[in-house]
Design a protein around this ligand. Structure first.
Ligand SMILES: [Zn+2]
Ligand SMILES: [Zn+2]
Length: 360
């Protein structure tokens, strides 16, 4: 339950890590009251992203404890501010990585708020009012409506939640490379996990020939039969890799473990593009020869803008695309984080926030 305290903040129940042990426990904290530009959201589901693990364990040295993680949020609107247009009480909505941006720079004006230099994230950020942002491992959220999207009626709220981070993270670079404008291209997805599995679905929906590039031969059957990939290339088999040289137009690399980009670049045709969305914590090995000899491009991509996020959800609604999920209760968040760290999930954990077993 939420209630307004005398200092005009809402008291909210959630789940937080309190130090770099990363153990999540029930935690009651304060949120701002619903402002003129805000909507309040009763959270139904929140996906568990790898970024959550990095934050709860302070892997990047930037965590402000206690941290309430979660940026793959779906829920229902319970309150609407006076300036808000396009949302009403009861609407099915989603919130991803972004909580605020400057609204004035070229990126904010060009529907690429995700590249605004003053971006504030959904958790572990500092909002304009000076408050620390707390994420979706909680019963409710107050969000600026400019960073809230509608979830199409045809999508289930649990399996749609990871689209708010994993989905848009792979959709945005595919649109940027114009994969939605023509069919029949040959595309490669490196890594078959939370990001990779939904990238395959987008690639198929756009009408392309999809190859999965993986170190795990055991994933081939699943990739081909369940997810519909046309080809499966084992990246640790030099013979296979050689036989697929210069065959792909576009590759999306979702792997966050350290690896060399050289052998992957060799799979691209001349002029092909490799986009990195996985974030290894050490510099990646990028040999110059495969770049120069194939006039190839390597670039990165970080989530997506709000307009694009809405377009992605609409596309998912039309093509019936959701994430493959395993739902967990709020009592099992720690176990899910441990299993995710070992990649022991097909393919995303989603916390059933509203159906929780125990009250924090
Ligand atoms: Zn994420
Ligand atoms: Zn901006």
């Amino acid at each position: 339950m939420t209630q307004t305290t005398p200092n005009h903040k809402l008291s909210v129940s959630g789940w937080a890590a309190h130090d770099s042990n990363g153990v999540i426990t029930p935690y009651t904290f304060k949120r701002r009251v619903n402002g003129a530009d805000d909507v309040s959201i009763k959270i139904l589901y929140c996906g568990i992203c790898h970024t959550d693990i990095h934050h709860v364990k302070n892997d990047w040295g930037i965590t402000r404890y206690p941290v309430v993680p979660g940026h793959e949020i779906t829920g229902l609107i319970t309150e609407v501010g006076s300036n808000v247009k396009g949302f009403k009480i009861g609407d099915r909505v989603g919130v991803g990585c972004l909580a605020a941006s400057c609204l004035e720079c070229e990126f904010c004006k060009g529907s690429e708020e995700n590249y605004c230099e003053q971006i504030q994230f959904t958790y572990n950020g500092i909002f304009w009012d000076g408050s620390i942002t707390y994420g979706g491992y909680s019963e409710m959220l107050v969000a600026d409506h400019r960073y809230v999207v509608h979830v199409p009626e045809s999508l289930p709220m649990d399996a749609a939640a990871p689209l708010l981070c994993a989905g848009i993270t792979v959709y945005s670079p595919m649109i940027d490379s114009k994969l939605h404008e023509s069919t029949g291209k040959r595309i490669g997805i490196v890594g078959l996990g939370g990001l990779g599995h939904v990238a395959i679905k987008f690639g198929k929906a756009f009408g392309h020939h999809v190859s999965v590039i993986s170190t795990s031969p055991s994933k081939e059957k699943e990739a081909r039969e369940h997810l519909g990939a046309e080809d499966f290339i084992i990246s640790t088999d030099p013979k296979q890799m050689r036989s697929k040289r210069r065959t792909l137009d576009f590759i999306l690399d979702t792997v966050s473990a350290p690896h060399s980009l050289g052998p992957i670049l060799d799979l691209l045709k001349v002029n092909g593009t490799l986009v990195l969305v996985g974030a290894p914590d050490k510099p990646v090995e990028l040999p110059s020869f495969p770049l120069i000899f194939g006039k190839r491009v390597v670039k990165g991509s970080m989530t997506g803008g709000m307009k694009e996020t809405q377009e992605m959800l609409n596309f998912c609604g039309k093509h019936n695309i959701t994430c493959d999920i395993e739902t967990v209760t709020t009592d099992n968040i720690n176990e899910a984080l441990d299993r995710l760290a070992k990649n022991d999930v097909k393919y995303r954990f989603v916390i059933n926030i509203a159906g929780k077993n125990s009250s924090p």
